[in-house]
Design a protein around this ligand. Structure first.
Ligand SMILES: [Mg+2]
Ligand SMILES: [Zn+2]
Length: 203
């Protein structure tokens, strides 16, 4: 069997596209530097690239899995138009929520971050070495999920300009709320970056 590959996992809201605070996934605004990062990682031939995103909008019944899939297809083709190398191996999403409106999604699942189910699923499907992998996220739940399986967590503080409607203060509040519930060691990120290409100095 081929030796396991390292991977880079990307959270969607606040990393790949701005966290606009809207319930429905609709933004296709991807930073130019992010397109370049994806393209460079792909061209290196080293990394597998994935999106891992909580999408409780499904559990709330606000959109269907088919509509979410259509959004992902649009997002991926928007990125591909800007660079032919900037594509993901797969987009994983968790449709569940413990207090969902729709009973079929009202479960305490293993995939909703801060759990690491999406990472372990990808590792099985693509033969990944999680210990050599990275997860880029903007919340403590991303950091915790990464640390659970030995991925290096990279906390992203990207400036999406006017596209970001979640204020830094609000973000801090979310982080602090999460923090009080977690073990100190689990919430520690390997590094914090302010622009996508800064990741390269840690690889
Ligand atoms: Mg996020
Ligand atoms: Zn789930």
């Amino acid at each position: 069997m081929r030796s396991p590959s390292p991977a880079i996992f990307f959270d969607k809201d606040g990393v790949l596209v701005p966290d606009e605070g809207t319930l429905l996934p609709q933004s296709e605004f991807v930073l130019e530097e992010m397109v370049e990062l994806l393209s460079r990682l792909r061209c290196s031939g080293v990394w597998k690239l994935f999106v891992v995103t909580n999408q409780a909008v499904i559990a709330r019944g606000l959109i269907t899995p088919q509509e979410l899939q259509q959004y992902f297809t649009r997002l991926q083709s928007t990125i591909l138009k800007r660079s032919a190398h900037a594509y993901f191996d797969k987009i994983y999403y968790c449709p569940h929520h413990p207090h969902a409106n729709l009973p079929e999604y009202r479960v305490l699942c293993e995939c909703r971050k801060p759990k690491a189910g999406m990472l372990t699923m990808a590792a099985e499907e693509f033969n990944l070495d999680l210990k050599r992998s990275y997860l880029l996220g903007d919340r403590v739940s991303d950091v915790v999920a990464a640390n659970l399986v030995g991925c290096k967590a990279i906390l992203c503080r990207f400036d999406f300009g006017t596209k970001r409607v979640v204020s830094p203060e609000e973000l801090m509040k979310m982080v602090v709320t999460d923090l009080s519930e977690r073990e100190e060691k689990d919430k520690r990120a390997f590094a914090t970056i302010e622009t996508p290409l800064q990741l390269l100095k840690y690889l």
